[in-house]
Ligand binder design. Structure first.
Ligand code: SAH
Length: 221
Protein backbone atom coordinates (compact mmCIF):
# COMPACT_ATOMS: atom_id res chain seq x y z
CA UNK A 1 0.00 0.00 0.00
CA UNK A 2 1.29 3.45 -0.85
CA UNK A 3 1.68 5.68 2.16
CA UNK A 4 -0.84 8.49 2.15
CA UNK A 5 -2.34 10.68 4.82
CA UNK A 6 -5.48 8.50 4.69
CA UNK A 7 -3.56 5.27 5.27
CA UNK A 8 -1.58 6.95 8.04
CA UNK A 9 -4.75 8.15 9.81
CA UNK A 10 -6.26 4.65 9.50
CA UNK A 11 -3.13 3.06 10.94
CA UNK A 12 -3.01 5.50 13.85
CA UNK A 13 -6.69 4.89 14.62
CA UNK A 14 -6.10 1.16 14.74
CA UNK A 15 -3.01 1.59 16.95
CA UNK A 16 -5.14 3.58 19.41
CA UNK A 17 -7.25 0.42 19.69
CA UNK A 18 -4.16 -1.53 20.71
CA UNK A 19 -3.08 0.89 23.47
CA UNK A 20 -6.61 1.95 24.51
CA UNK A 21 -6.46 0.49 28.01
CA UNK A 22 -2.99 1.86 28.68
CA UNK A 23 -3.81 5.42 27.61
CA UNK A 24 -7.46 5.51 28.71
CA UNK A 25 -9.00 6.29 25.32
CA UNK A 26 -9.66 4.27 22.18
CA UNK A 27 -9.65 6.93 19.47
CA UNK A 28 -7.76 10.13 18.77
CA UNK A 29 -9.29 13.45 19.72
CA UNK A 30 -10.82 15.05 16.59
CA UNK A 31 -8.55 18.09 17.02
CA UNK A 32 -5.50 15.79 17.04
CA UNK A 33 -6.74 14.10 13.85
CA UNK A 34 -7.22 17.52 12.28
CA UNK A 35 -3.61 18.40 13.21
CA UNK A 36 -2.41 15.13 11.69
CA UNK A 37 -4.17 16.00 8.44
CA UNK A 38 -3.23 19.67 8.56
CA UNK A 39 0.52 19.56 9.30
CA UNK A 40 2.43 18.72 6.09
CA UNK A 41 4.92 16.10 7.35
CA UNK A 42 6.72 16.09 3.99
CA UNK A 43 7.94 19.62 4.78
CA UNK A 44 9.69 18.36 7.94
CA UNK A 45 11.64 15.41 6.53
CA UNK A 46 14.84 15.63 4.45
CA UNK A 47 14.19 16.05 0.70
CA UNK A 48 15.41 12.53 -0.09
CA UNK A 49 12.94 10.96 2.39
CA UNK A 50 9.79 12.74 1.15
CA UNK A 51 8.38 9.54 -0.36
CA UNK A 52 8.31 8.12 3.19
CA UNK A 53 6.78 11.19 4.83
CA UNK A 54 3.42 9.48 5.47
CA UNK A 55 4.82 6.19 6.70
CA UNK A 56 4.11 5.63 10.39
CA UNK A 57 7.72 5.56 11.50
CA UNK A 58 10.48 7.89 12.66
CA UNK A 59 12.99 9.13 10.06
CA UNK A 60 16.51 10.56 10.39
CA UNK A 61 16.78 14.36 10.14
CA UNK A 62 20.57 14.74 10.51
CA UNK A 63 22.72 15.56 13.57
CA UNK A 64 21.97 12.02 14.84
CA UNK A 65 18.35 13.08 15.51
CA UNK A 66 14.99 11.92 14.19
CA UNK A 67 11.50 13.11 13.39
CA UNK A 68 9.18 11.15 15.67
CA UNK A 69 6.72 8.49 14.55
CA UNK A 70 3.34 10.12 13.74
CA UNK A 71 1.44 7.76 16.07
CA UNK A 72 3.64 8.85 18.98
CA UNK A 73 3.22 12.54 18.09
CA UNK A 74 -0.56 12.04 18.00
CA UNK A 75 -0.75 10.23 21.36
CA UNK A 76 1.61 12.63 23.13
CA UNK A 77 -0.37 15.63 21.84
CA UNK A 78 -3.63 13.94 22.83
CA UNK A 79 -2.47 13.15 26.38
CA UNK A 80 -1.85 16.86 27.04
CA UNK A 81 -5.58 17.65 26.61
CA UNK A 82 -4.76 21.06 25.12
CA UNK A 83 -7.25 23.84 24.48
CA UNK A 84 -6.85 26.99 22.43
CA UNK A 85 -6.01 28.76 25.70
CA UNK A 86 -3.17 26.44 26.77
CA UNK A 87 0.42 27.57 27.26
CA UNK A 88 2.69 24.67 26.46
CA UNK A 89 6.40 24.06 26.88
CA UNK A 90 8.13 21.63 24.50
CA UNK A 91 11.61 20.24 25.14
CA UNK A 92 13.35 18.98 21.98
CA UNK A 93 12.17 21.07 19.01
CA UNK A 94 14.04 18.89 16.50
CA UNK A 95 12.60 19.52 13.03
CA UNK A 96 9.51 21.19 14.54
CA UNK A 97 6.89 18.62 13.47
CA UNK A 98 5.56 18.09 16.99
CA UNK A 99 5.84 21.85 17.54
CA UNK A 100 3.51 22.44 14.58
CA UNK A 101 0.93 20.09 16.16
CA UNK A 102 1.13 21.97 19.43
CA UNK A 103 0.78 25.31 17.65
CA UNK A 104 -2.56 24.13 16.21
CA UNK A 105 -3.86 22.68 19.46
CA UNK A 106 -2.69 25.26 22.02
CA UNK A 107 -2.67 29.03 22.44
CA UNK A 108 1.04 29.64 22.89
CA UNK A 109 4.00 27.28 22.46
CA UNK A 110 7.48 27.71 23.95
CA UNK A 111 10.01 25.27 22.51
CA UNK A 112 13.59 24.60 23.62
CA UNK A 113 16.24 22.79 21.53
CA UNK A 114 19.86 22.17 22.46
CA UNK A 115 21.19 22.13 18.85
CA UNK A 116 21.18 25.66 17.43
CA UNK A 117 21.10 24.46 13.80
CA UNK A 118 17.92 22.43 14.34
CA UNK A 119 16.22 25.23 16.25
CA UNK A 120 17.01 27.78 13.50
CA UNK A 121 15.77 25.45 10.75
CA UNK A 122 12.54 24.67 12.63
CA UNK A 123 11.94 28.36 13.28
CA UNK A 124 12.33 29.20 9.61
CA UNK A 125 10.17 26.25 8.52
CA UNK A 126 7.27 27.16 10.83
CA UNK A 127 7.48 30.85 9.91
CA UNK A 128 7.26 29.78 6.27
CA UNK A 129 4.05 27.91 7.11
CA UNK A 130 2.55 31.00 8.71
CA UNK A 131 2.76 29.64 12.28
CA UNK A 132 3.06 32.62 14.62
CA UNK A 133 2.30 31.37 18.16
CA UNK A 134 5.65 29.66 18.84
CA UNK A 135 8.72 31.03 20.60
CA UNK A 136 12.04 29.27 20.13
CA UNK A 137 14.99 29.01 22.47
CA UNK A 138 18.37 27.34 22.13
CA UNK A 139 19.54 25.78 25.37
CA UNK A 140 19.34 22.87 27.77
CA UNK A 141 15.67 22.00 28.08
CA UNK A 142 16.25 20.17 31.35
CA UNK A 143 16.09 23.63 32.93
CA UNK A 144 12.74 24.36 31.25
CA UNK A 145 12.00 27.99 30.37
CA UNK A 146 11.04 29.58 33.70
CA UNK A 147 10.48 33.12 32.34
CA UNK A 148 7.31 32.04 30.51
CA UNK A 149 6.04 29.50 33.05
CA UNK A 150 4.12 28.05 34.69
CA UNK A 151 2.66 25.95 31.86
CA UNK A 152 -0.63 24.12 31.40
CA UNK A 153 1.28 21.36 29.65
CA UNK A 154 4.86 20.21 29.13
CA UNK A 155 6.02 17.73 26.48
CA UNK A 156 9.50 16.25 26.44
CA UNK A 157 10.46 14.64 23.12
CA UNK A 158 13.78 13.13 24.21
CA UNK A 159 14.15 10.49 26.90
CA UNK A 160 14.82 11.48 30.51
CA UNK A 161 17.27 8.85 31.73
CA UNK A 162 16.95 8.35 35.44
CA UNK A 163 15.11 11.24 37.03
CA UNK A 164 12.63 13.59 35.42
CA UNK A 165 14.21 17.06 35.50
CA UNK A 166 12.78 18.68 38.66
CA UNK A 167 12.73 22.15 37.03
CA UNK A 168 10.13 20.88 34.56
CA UNK A 169 7.79 19.64 37.28
CA UNK A 170 8.26 22.99 39.07
CA UNK A 171 7.15 24.86 35.93
CA UNK A 172 3.94 22.83 35.56
CA UNK A 173 0.73 24.54 36.77
CA UNK A 174 -1.47 22.80 39.31
CA UNK A 175 -3.91 20.80 37.17
CA UNK A 176 -1.24 20.68 34.42
CA UNK A 177 -0.14 17.63 32.43
CA UNK A 178 3.29 16.52 31.27
CA UNK A 179 4.28 13.69 28.92
CA UNK A 180 7.84 12.43 28.98
CA UNK A 181 9.70 9.33 27.82
CA UNK A 182 11.64 7.93 30.76
CA UNK A 183 13.98 5.01 31.14
CA UNK A 184 17.39 3.59 31.58
CA UNK A 185 18.38 2.94 27.93
CA UNK A 186 17.05 3.15 24.33
CA UNK A 187 15.66 -0.34 24.83
CA UNK A 188 14.02 0.20 28.20
CA UNK A 189 11.89 3.34 27.92
CA UNK A 190 8.32 3.99 28.89
CA UNK A 191 6.17 6.98 27.96
CA UNK A 192 4.86 8.53 31.17
CA UNK A 193 1.98 10.95 31.82
CA UNK A 194 2.43 13.07 34.94
CA UNK A 195 -0.45 15.14 36.28
CA UNK A 196 0.06 17.81 38.90
CA UNK A 197 -2.94 17.79 41.19
CA UNK A 198 -4.36 21.05 42.55
CA UNK A 199 -2.53 20.48 45.85
CA UNK A 200 0.78 19.98 44.04
CA UNK A 201 0.96 16.18 44.34
CA UNK A 202 2.23 14.45 41.18
CA UNK A 203 0.23 11.51 39.81
CA UNK A 204 2.08 9.27 37.38
CA UNK A 205 0.70 6.92 34.73
CA UNK A 206 2.90 4.64 32.62
CA UNK A 207 1.55 4.58 29.06
CA UNK A 208 3.56 2.23 26.80
CA UNK A 209 7.14 1.44 25.72
CA UNK A 210 8.87 3.93 23.39
CA UNK A 211 12.36 4.52 21.93
CA UNK A 212 13.53 8.15 22.00
CA UNK A 213 16.99 9.67 21.67
CA UNK A 214 18.19 10.67 25.15
CA UNK A 215 17.99 14.17 26.59
CA UNK A 216 21.63 15.22 26.46
CA UNK A 217 23.43 17.16 29.16
CA UNK A 218 25.67 19.41 27.11
CA UNK A 219 26.18 20.42 23.52
CA UNK A 220 28.13 17.80 21.67
CA UNK A 221 31.19 18.89 19.70
N1 SAH B 1 9.96 16.75 18.52
C1 SAH B 1 10.66 16.22 17.36
C2 SAH B 1 11.57 15.07 17.69
C3 SAH B 1 12.63 15.50 18.58
S1 SAH B 1 14.05 14.44 18.60
C4 SAH B 1 9.68 15.85 16.27
O1 SAH B 1 8.67 16.50 16.14
O2 SAH B 1 9.91 14.96 15.48
C5 SAH B 1 14.73 15.02 20.13
C6 SAH B 1 15.32 16.39 20.09
O3 SAH B 1 15.69 16.73 21.43
C7 SAH B 1 16.57 16.50 19.26
O4 SAH B 1 16.45 17.53 18.33
C8 SAH B 1 17.67 16.80 20.29
O5 SAH B 1 18.71 17.62 19.80
C9 SAH B 1 16.87 17.48 21.40
N2 SAH B 1 17.49 17.47 22.72
C10 SAH B 1 18.23 16.49 23.29
N3 SAH B 1 18.61 16.85 24.53
C11 SAH B 1 18.10 18.10 24.76
C12 SAH B 1 18.13 19.00 25.86
N4 SAH B 1 18.81 18.72 26.99
N5 SAH B 1 17.49 20.18 25.74
C13 SAH B 1 16.81 20.50 24.60
N6 SAH B 1 16.74 19.68 23.53
C14 SAH B 1 17.37 18.49 23.61
Amino acid sequence: MTDSIDSLVAEIESEYGIVAERIGKDKPDPRVLAALRGVPREAFVPADRRAEAYANRPLPIGFGQTISQPFIVAVMSDMLALTSESRVLEIGTGCGYQTAFLARLAGQVFTVEILAELSAAAKERLAGQGVSNVEFRVGDGRQGWPEHGPYDAIIVTAAAMGEIPPALLDQLKPGGRMVVPTGTSMLAQELVLMTKEEGGRIAKRNLFPVAFVPLVKARRA
